[in-house]
Design a protein around this ligand. Structure first.
Ligand code: URA
Length: 230
C-alpha cells in the first residue's frame, strides 16, 4: 500500500496532514526518511512518524528445502505428508510455497511468507529460469530441443509455452530450463513425445541453487544475499 494511503487510513491523520508529514520529512519506512507519497508500505515494513512507531512490521521469512519424494507441495493434506510438515518454525500458517512440485519430484523448494517476493520468483513475466534434471523412460531425440525451444501448445490452458532450453546429458537424461511453472509442465512436454518422466529434480530457480549440503527433507533459511537476488 502507498504510504500516503497507509497514513490517511489511520484515524488521526487527514490527507492534508499526511501531505505535510511527508513534505516535512517526518515519515520513515524501515529507518529511511520518505517524502514520496507513492513509497510502498508492506506488512513487513516498519513505519515511524517522528519518534513514534506506527507499524512494527512482521519479520519476512524465506527458506529453501530439499523436497524428498513422496510428499505433497501443499500446506495441508488429509492423506500424505506435506512439505510444511518438514518445516519446524513458528507461525507456519503464514508460510506459502513458491512454485509447487509434484508428489515424487524432488529438489529445490522455496517457502516464504513474502508474497510479492515469491511472485517475482515464479511469475513467467520475470523469465527467471527453473532448471530441472530429468530422466525418462525412452531415449530423448534431437528433435525435443527444437520443439521445446519453439514452445508447445497446451490446449487446456490455450497457450503456447515459452521457449525452453534442453541440454542432453545422456540417452535418457537431460537438463531442462523453463521460465514458467504450468501444471505438470515438464511431464507434459516430454509427454508430447510419449516419453514418460521417471525422475524429476529441480536444481535451481533463477539465481537460487539448491544447497548441496541439504539432504532430502532438510531445509535452511535463505541468506540475506540470496533474498536480495530476487
Ligand atoms: N513439471 C512437472 O511436470 N512436475 C513438477 O513437479 C515440476 C515441473
Amino acid at each position: 500500500m502507498r504510504v500516503d494511503r497507509f497514513l490517511s487510513n489511520l484515524p488521526r491523520f487527514n490527507r492534508k496532514q499526511v501531505r505535510l508529514l511527508l513534505v516535512e520529512k517526518r515519515v520513515r519506512i524501515d529507518g529511511k526518511v520518505v517524502s514520496d507519497p507513492h513509497s510502498e508500505v508492506l506488512e513487513f515494513s516498519r513505519v515511524e512518524v517522528d519518534d513514534e512507531v506506527l507499524q512494527v512490521g512482521k519479520p519476512a521469512r524465506y527458506f529453501m528445502l530439499n523436497k524428498p519424494p513422496g510428499c505433497v507441495s501443499a500446506t495441508r493434506d488429509p492423506q500424505h505428508p506435506t512439505v510444511l510438515d518438514l518445516i519446524h518454525e513458528p507461525d507456519k500458517d503464514d508460510l506459502h510455497i513458491a512454485g509447487r512440485l509434484d508428489f515424487n519430484t524432488t529438489g529445490l523448494m522455496i517457502i516464504t511468507n513474502d508474497g510479492s517476493w515469491s511472485r517475482r520468483l515464479t511469475q513467467p513475466q520475470t523469465k527467471l529460469p527453473k532448471v530441472y534434471y530429468v530422466e525418462t523412460e525412452q531415449d530423448i531425440g534431437p528433435e525435443y530441443a527444437v520443439t521445446f525451444n519453439e514452445g508447445l501448445y497446451f490446449a487446456f490452458e490455450d497457450l503456447t509455452t515459452q521457449p525452453a532450453e534442453l541440454v542432453l546429458l545422456g540417452a535418457k537424461a537431460a537438463r531442462l530450463s523453463i521460465v514458467e511453472g504450468r501444471y505438470h509442465q515438464v511431464k507434459r512436454m516430454f509427454g508430447h513425445f510419449d516419453n514418460k518422466v521417471l525422475r524429476l529434480h529441480r536444481e535451481s530457480m533463477g539465481p537460487l541453487r539448491l544447497d548441496n549440503a541439504l539432504k532430502p527433507g532438510e531445509y535452511r533459511a535463505l541468506r540475506t544475499e540470496e533474498i536480495q537476488l530476487i
